[in-house]
Design a protein around this ligand. Structure first.
Ligand code: FPP
Length: 237
């Protein structure tokens, strides 16, 4: 369910786009754009902690990203594994709890093992919850949710007559988190790109032309200030 309107969003979700273009403009390989993008992740994590945002979901690797050249996919997976390995002590120190959503078992063993280690190591933290969307697709999540509902109906745990948006939401990867209040997309594209399709129904959308590697704390603060000026009616008058 959407959360109540407040000047600071409880949950911020980000489509981190433009790493490739950022690198291309500098004559660098695309992986350098992703590496620079990892620095923006650190910035936004700090910014969210300072603003007292409770949940931050980052679209780090989509179901469709598997179609990229093998070398780029490999570079992204190695970057993810290193990022988690290097940053876990910092996440612990900053009281950040790491979580992940998506078809995580599709990730290479080294990445998924490190992911589980980092999730475990930060499980008791009570500050910001950082949710990485990995091998994630909104349609795939809804299909997995429908399968879970059908299983529960078949096993007699769920009466189909009881199915409503709240009940269905309990069968999604995001069942432990409130819906995003603010969705940020970088690099100027006006698309959802299969990200949190169910959950962003009432999210405020903020698009900036900046490429993700150029996105800094000040840009986050600007997005949050813009959000604070919006009137959220959730379909009412
Ligand atoms: C989109 O830019 C970005 C991605 C597909 C990957 C996002 C990954 C990171 C920011 C790396 C680090 C993340 C973590 C959590 C360590 P694009 O490549 O589609 O850019 P383009 O549209 O300009 O080609």
């Amino acid at each position: 369910m959407p959360t109540t309107a407040s000047p600071v969003p409880r949950h911020v979700a980000v489509i981190m786009d433009g790493n490739g273009r950022w690198a291309k403009e500098r004559g660098l390989p695309r992986r350098e754009g992703h590496r620079a993008g990892a620095d923006s992740v650190r910035e936004v994590l700090e910014g969210c902690t300072e603003l007292k945002v409770e949940f931050l979901t980052l679209y780090a690797f989509s179901s469709e990203n598997w179609k990229r050249p093998k070398a780029e996919v490999k570079a992204l997976m190695v970057l993810l594994e290193r990022f988690l390995k290097d940053k876990t002590p910092e996440l612990i120190e900053k009281n950040v709890r790491l979580q992940a959503i998506g078809r995580l078992n599709d990730l290479p063993a080294a990445a998924v093992n490190q992911l589980h280690r980092s999730i475990e190591a930060t499980a008791d933290n009570s500050g910001l919850t950082l949710i990485l969307a990995l091998s994630y697709g909104g349609r795939e999540e809804i299909i997995d949710g429908v399968k879970s509902v059908l299983r529960n109906v078949q096993e007699g745990h769920l009466d189909p007559a009881m199915l409503d948006p709240d009940v269905f939401g309990k069968h999604l990867y995001t069942r432990y988190y409130p819906d995003p209040d603010l969705l940020i997309r970088t690099s100027g594209e006006m698309r959802l790109s299969n990200f949190l399709l169910w959950q962003v129904s009432y999210a405020e959308i903020y698009v900036t032309k900046k490429y993700w590697p150029d996105f800094r704390k000040a840009d986050l603060r600007e997005a949050v200030a813009d959000y604070g000026k919006r009137q959220r009616r959730f379909g009412a008058v």
